[in-house]
Write a protein that binds this ligand. Structure first.
Ligand code: NAP
Length: 541
C-alpha cells in the first residue's frame, strides 16, 4: 500500500505485528471492528523478524509458543522441541495464510507520532513514511524487546571491524567462520550467539558482566510420532495457561509441590535432580515457590545449579567465572536462559572470557576492545548482545502525546503506573498488550498476548455495545495497581538482582518491578473482579 494524504479512518489502530498485535487484529476483526496494524518491519513476526542472529531460538517449547487458535495449530508442527527463528518465521507465514492477517497490515510503516484529540475523541497518528490515520482506539503491541540497547561505550564508532547489535542483525546473515569475534553480554541472546559462534570462530572473546544461570534446554528433533504426541491434550494445555503463574502448561504444583516446608534438604535436592533431568524451564518455573522468597532455599537452589554446571567446565578458573562459588544474585530472579552447549564452548582453546568486574571495559579502539590495564582484544566482529530498553522502550520510543500535551515518555519518567497493565491516566482510548505491569516478561509471550488480549477485546466490545466512546484509567487506579505490584515485589528476592524485571539493568530507568509478578491466575482474577464491577477504575463515557 502506498502513502496517502487523507488519514485512514479506523476503529482501532494496532501498532506492531508480533503475537499480541496479530491476535488483536484477528479478534477485533471478528467483533466487527475496522482495524489495521501498522508495522515497522517488512514482514510479520515482531521480534522474530529482527532477531535473526546466529543461534536465535525460542526458550519456550513449540506447542506453547503458538496461537491457541485451532485453525492455525491443527496443521502446524515445529520440527524441533525448541524452534529456531527460521522456523518461527515460517510459522508466522502459516498463521498469516490461515487467518488472512497481512491484508490488514501496513508493513514498512513505523509510527512516530500519535496525539489524542479530545474534541473528536480519536487518536491522530503519523508514520515515518508519511502515512496517517485517525483511530478511535490506539492499541499498542510493540512487545517487550523492540528497542535495542546500545551501551554508551567510548570509541565504539572508531572500531575498524564490524559491530552489530543482535536485534539489528543483517537479514542476509553474517559468516562467522574464521573470524575473531567479541560478544558483549551474556543474557539470553549472548548465550545463544556464543554457543553458535564458539565452534566456528577463529577466536571468541566473551565480555561478561554477570554470569547467566543458564539451564539445559534438552532440545529434541521431532519425528512424526513426536509431533503427534505433542498435540495430545493440546486444548487442555492451552486452557491450563490461565491457571499457571507464568502462563505455561506446567507450574510448581506439577513438579515440586506447593511448598518444600517439612522436606529434608536431601529430599529437596532429590526433587531438583529430577527437574534437572527434565530440563527446560522446569528447574526454574517448576520449582518450589519458596525460591522467590526464602533466602536459604534460594541459596540451596543456586548451589545445586552451580555444582551441576561446574562439572561441565574443565578449567577451574573458568568455572569460577561462569558459576561462581558465591551467588552473584539470587537464583531465578533474573531471566534464566536455556543453553545447548554453552558451557562446553569455554573448554575450547580459542575462547577468552573477560570478567568485566575484574577488568572493566575502557574503550573500543580501531583494533578491538580495550580493558583496564591496556590490553586490547583484537576483533573482526563485535557483537552487541546488550539487550533492550525492555518492556517500556518500544512504547516510549514513539512520540505519543496526551490531549494535555504530555508525552508518554514524560508520563513515565519516574516509573510506570498502568492500571491492569493496560492503560495509563491521561491517555484515553490508548491500550497496551504485553507491556508494563501485565504478566508480560514474567510469562510466556503468546499466553499473555492472548489472555490479556481477550480482556482488551472484551472491554472494547463491551463499550461498543453500550455506545461508549471514551475510556481512561483513573490516576487512583493507576497508583493502586503500581502499589499492588511494588508491595508484592518487596516481599520477594527480585529486588536483589539488577535485571530488566526490575527495570534497572540499563542506565536512566526508574527501578521498579515492571511486570505483574503475582502470576497469571491472579492477574485474570483482577480482570474478573473489575469486569463484575462494570470496569471499576476506568472512567467510561
Ligand atoms: P539481556 O538479558 O538484557 O542481556 C543483556 C546482556 O548485556 C547482559 O549480560 C548485560 O549484563 C550485558 N550488558 C548490558 N549493558 C552492558 C554494558 N554496558 N557493559 C557490559 N555488559 C552489558 O538482553 P538479551 O539477552 O537480549 O535478552 C533480553 C530478553 O529477550 C530476554 O530476557 C528474553 O526475555 C528475550 N530473549 C529470549 C530469547 C529466547 O527465548 N531464546 C532469546 C533472546 C532474548 P548484566 O547482566 O550485567 O546487566
Amino acid at each position: 500500500m502506498s502513502a496517502s494524504a487523507a488519514p485512514e479512518q479506523l476503529d482501532a489502530l494496532i501498532v506492531g505485528a508480533g503475537f499480541s498485535g496479530l491476535y488483536q487484529l484477528y479478534r477485533l476483526r471478528q467483533r466487527g471492528f475496522k482495524v489495521k496494524i501498522y508495522e515497522a518491519a517488512p514482514a510479520l513476526g515482531g521480534v522474530w523478524y529482527w532477531n535473526c542472529y546466529p543461534g536465535a531460538r525460542c526458550d519456550t517449547y513449540g506447542p506453547l509458543y503458538q496461537f491457541s487458535i485451532e485453525e492455525v495449530w491443527k496443521d502446524w508442527d515445529f520440527d524441533e522441541l525448541y524452534p529456531s527463528w527460521e522456523k518461527i518465521r515460517q510459522y508466522f507465514e502459516h498463521a498469516d495464510h490461515k487467518l488472512k492477517l497481512s491484508q490488514d497490515i501496513r508493513y514498512n510503516t513505523r509510527v512516530n507520532n500519535a496525539r489524542f484529540d479530545e474534541a473528536s475523541c480519536r487518536w491522530q497518528v503519523e508514520t515515518e513514511n508519511g502515512h496517517s490515520a485517525s483511530a478511535q482506539f490506539l492499541v499498542l503491541c510493540t512487545g517487550i524487546g523492540s528497542k535495542p540497547h546500545t551501551p554508551d561505550i567510548a570509541g565504539l564508532d572508531t572500531f575498524g571491524g564490524r559491530c552489530l547489535h543482535t536485534a539489528r542483525w543483517p537479514q542476509e546473515g553474517v559468516d562467522l567462520k574464521g573470524q575473531r569475534i567479541g560478544v558483549l553480554g551474556t543474557g539470553a541472546t549472548g548465550v545463544q550467539v556464543i554457543q553458535e559462534a564458539g565452534p566456528v570462530a577463529a577466536h571468541i572473546t566473551v565480555f561478561q558482566r554477570t554470569p547467566n544461570m543458564a539451564l539445559p534446554m534438552r532440545q529434541r528433533q521431532l519425528d512424526e510420532a513426536g509431533k503427534r504426541a505433542l498435540k495430545v491434550d493440546i486444548k487442555d494445555k492451552y486452557a491450563k495457561r490461565a491457571r499457571t503463574r507464568a502462563g505455561y502448561d506446567f507450574d510448581y504444583l506439577d513438579y515440586a509441590g506447593p511448598t518444600c516446608a517439612g522436606m529434608s534438604d536431601a529430599e529437596i535436592r532429590a526433587r531438583w535432580e529430577s527437574h534437572w533431568q527434565e530440563g527446560g524451564f522446569v528447574p526454574w518455573l517448576g520449582n518450589f515457590p519458596e525460591i522467590y522468597v526464602d533466602e536459604r532455599i534460594n541459596l540451596m537452589a543456586y548451589e545445586f545449579w552451580r555444582d551441576k554446571v561446574r562439572q561441565r567446565i574443565t578449567d577451574p578458573l573458568m568455572a569460577e567465572k561462569l558459576a561462581p562459588t558465591q551467588a552473584p544474585h539470587p537464583y531465578g530472579v533474573k531471566r534464566i536462559s536455556l543453553e545447548q552447549r554453552f558451557y562446553e564452548v569455554f573448554n575450547q582453546p580459542n575462547v577468552t572470557l573477560v570478567d568485566l568486574n575484574e577488568t572493566p571495559l575502557v574503550r573500543v579502539t580501531h583494533a578491538g576492545v580495550e580493558t583496564v590495564g591496556g590490553r586490547v582484544h583484537e576483533l573482526d566482529l563485535l557483537v552487541l548482545a546488550t539487550g533492550f530498553d525492555m518492556v517500556t522502550g518500544g512504547l516510549t520510543a514513539m512520540n505519543i502525546t496526551s490531549a494535555d500535551g504530555i508525552t508518554l515518555r514524560q508520563q513515565w519518567q519516574h516509573g510506570v503506573s498502568a492500571y491492569m497493565g493496560t492503560m495509563t491516566h491521561g491517555f484515553p482510548n490508548m491500550l497496551f498488550v504485553y507491556g508494563p505491569q501485565a504478566p508480560s516478561g514474567l510469562s510466556n509471550g503468546p499466553s499473555c498476548s492472548e489472555l490479556q488480549g481477550d480482556e482488551i477485546v472484551g472491554l472494547l466490545a463491551w463499550m461498543r455495545e453500550r455506545g461508549m466512546r471514551r475510556i481512561e484509567s483513573s490516576a487512583e487506579a493507576d497508583s493502586a495497581w503500581r502499589k499492588r505490584i511494588d508491595d508484592f515485589a518487596a516481599g520477594t528476592l527480585f529486588g536483589r538482582a539488577q535485571s530488566w524485571y526490575m527495570a534497572n539493568s540499563i542506565p536512566g530507568k526508574t527501578a521498579q518491578m515492571i511486570n505483574y509478578p503475582i502470576g497469571m491466575p491472579d492477574y485474570l482474577e483482577q480482570w474478573r473482579e473489575v469486569k463484575a464491577a462494570d470496569y471499576r477504575g476506568f472512567d467510561l463515557r
